[in-house]
Design a protein around this ligand. Sequence first.
Ligand code: VTB
Ligand code: MG
Ligand code: MG
Length: 338
Amino acid sequence: DLAQAAKSAPKAEPSQLLERILTLELVRVTERAAVASSLLRGRGQEKAADQAAVDAMRRELNNLPIDGTVVIGEGERDEAPMLFIGERVGTGKGPKVDIAVDPLEGTTLCAKDMPGSIAVMAMAEGGTLLAAPDVYMEKIAVGPGYPPGIVDLDRSPEENIKALAKAKGVEPKDVTVLILERPRHEDLIRRVRSLGCGIRLITDGDIMGVIFTSMPGETGIDLYMGIGAAPEGVIAAGALRCIGGQMQGRLILDTPEKRERAKKMGVTDPNRKYELTDLARGDVVVAATGVTDGALLDGVRFKDGHVETDTIVYRSSTGTVRRIKAEHRNIEKFHLEP
Ligand code: VTB
Ligand code: MG
Ligand code: MG
């Protein structure tokens, strides 16, 4: 019965308790970033929409009782005035945590009012998120329930799809793959199609693309493949860690300049294949709020007297996934321009 279950439930350590409280705090942060950038949906102003999200996210982050360091941010200090890599956030009174942000993931989607832009961030135990440079990353990801190592960056796309199909008990043509629509993926797309697979092409937003694989029932996506940005890879890994999916990533360091930048951030082996637990090693919480409508999250809605947001938040220590539909009546908290 319930009383018995309560007794046998794992006892949370103090740090876990804190993390538990912070789970909801993260939702507040992404909600506010989403609302701020949603005012610029469809305005064709990518930079302004991004800036609005950055400002809101930073303001909220600095209210949190954490001693946070941005490890995945808007760039290095000289190129990003806010939420730059190395920036300290929070009140300083609280647990040491790593912060990874993409205040507006899919700026182009937001500027064009196309589906799939989100405000997203991850918070993890200090020193446990990969401090990835802003370069490309080759990625592969599948959802939970498959034997470990079912797909691998060192195998061909054909081999990976066949292995996945076999484990799923279907034909390769019944595997659906999500790929960013880019000229660099022409060959990949041709090879995947030659197996008869369906491909969902997205123009941007591969954090959600990876997350989609974790809910194939809802999204129809079995497998993510291809080359996207590395920071997005780390945030996506944080979410997958919470659900038990699998992912690998490899930085693409194809110039001396990129190798040097990566080295400065602690990357010693430029060809390293990162496993999910190398990308996000410790306890992690990830929150994403829809800006424009998407397959998983609704966009921000302005109603008569309140604002509606739709958020998903993942917590690795328990594997809990929460969907939070919020109605905000105190609009002032959003600091919106009149
Ligand atoms: C992807 C996509 C992002 O960057 O990671 C992409 O998911 C990779 O870069 O939404 P390119 O656009 O140069 O291919 C974004 O589009 C932007 O962060
Ligand atoms: Mg961004
Ligand atoms: Mg992005």
